[in-house]
Design a protein around this ligand. Structure first.
Ligand code: ATP
Length: 323
């Protein structure tokens, strides 16, 4: 059995890597994909994890398999294909340092995952089953993702969902919203940014957006990440905020995944589903998750930036950011 299984995109992120001796911009090869980042965060907290996804039978796909193995994430659900290349995304830095993503995915191997290719043993043996919406941008991976989530749920897994909105990957906003809504119908715990909450509900006010989302979907616990401000939580009964901890950010990549991994970790430690917790327990779990997110901003990269339990505990012992 596994503590957590995740399904979704797994790709190569080429991030700006300086200038070559010939004066040309260099790109650095990095493993990318939010679901694997969440599993890596959990693996660093000594949880047993496994990944379900598809990559090309090419050097990049083999590098991604090595990455799973190095992180201690079970790779038996990783499918290789000869019919598409491992998906790639190039990250370009704008004038002000803002990042834009250019995806090479026409289609990429990740989109080709079919439900029949998924090892059924991974759907019946997870305490937590995690997914996002990037794997729902096209078929057959959209159907595979939703069927896998439904199967895991029917077999008793707690379902966690991070919509992770990447506008460039969708035909249009309506297309994105429709798929995310299908995800929201299945999820127990949902994590969004304020921007995503606004996208999904049309409400710019946090409380109103949270209320609307819980009213329209059977979601049991909503988590909203607020960057340096920490995070917000809301169940059908209670809600509140938890402050984050002071850090010096150098790269915010995977902060949200570090947050989500740490939160899922506390739920696994506790053993009871988080939507049944008392206010104090939820606040404590959010503080821990905030520290996990905060630490991920203090180091370069995605997986490489994720924190250990000891580091998180150490940060939580200190004073939070004052409001
Ligand atoms: P993504 O990684 O896709 O941008 P996200 O928008 O969910 O995801 P953030 O809100 O930036 O991520 O960060 C997640 C969590 O990490 C926050 O809720 C917060 O707890 C912590 N965090 C992020 N940035 C900082 C910061 N500058 N100082 C302290 N904590 C931070």
């Amino acid at each position: 059995t596994y503590d957590a299984v995740a399904i979704g995109e797994f790709l190569i992120d080429f991030t700006p890597g300086g200038i070559s001796p010939a004066g040309n911009p260099l790109f650095e090869r990095n493993a990318g994909g939010a679901p694997v980042n969440v599993l890596a965060a959990l693996a660093r907290l000594s949880k047993r994890t496994a990944f379900i996804g598809k990559v090309g039978n090419d050097p990049f796909g083999h590098f991604l398999q090595d990455t799973l193995r190095q992180e201690g994430i079970d790779d038996k659900g990783l499918v290789f294909t000869d019919h598409a290349h491992t998906t790639m995304a190039f990250v370009h830095l704008g004038e002000g340092g803002e990042r834009s993503f250019h995806f090479c995915r026409q289609p990429g191997a990740d989109e080709g995952l079919a439900f029949e290719e998924i090892d059924p043993s991974l759907l019946g043996s997870a305490k937590v089953f995690h997914f996002g919406s990037v794997s729902m941008t096209s078929e057959p991976s959209r159907g595979a993702t939703l069927s896998a989530v439904r199967e895991a749920k029917a077999r008793g897994a707690w379902i966690t969902f991070d919509p992770n909105w990447r506008p460039a990957l969708w035909q249009d906003n309506q297309h994105a919203k429709k798929a995310m809504e299908e995800g929201l119908e299945e999820a127990d715990v949902v994590k969004v940014s304020e921007e995503e909450l606004f996208f999904l509900t049309g409400r710019s006010e946090l409380e109103a957006g949270a209320e609307e989302l819980l009213e329209r979907f059977p979601v049991k616990l909503l988590l909203v990440t607020l960057g340096a401000e920490g995070s917000y939580y809301r169940t059908r009964k209670i809600g509140g905020r938890a402050a984050s901890y002071p850090v010096v950010p150098v790269d915010t990549t995977a902060a949200g995944d570090g947050f989500m991994g740490a939160f899922i970790g506390t739920m696994l430690e506790n053993g009871r589903p988080a939507w049944e917790w008392a206010d104090g327990e939820l606040r404590k779990a959010l503080a821990y998750a905030n520290a996990g997110g905060a630490l991920a901003t203090t180091r370069l990269g995605a997986i490489a930036s994720l924190a250990s339990h000891e580091e998180i505990e150490e940060l939580v012992k200190g004073a939070p950011v004052t409001e």
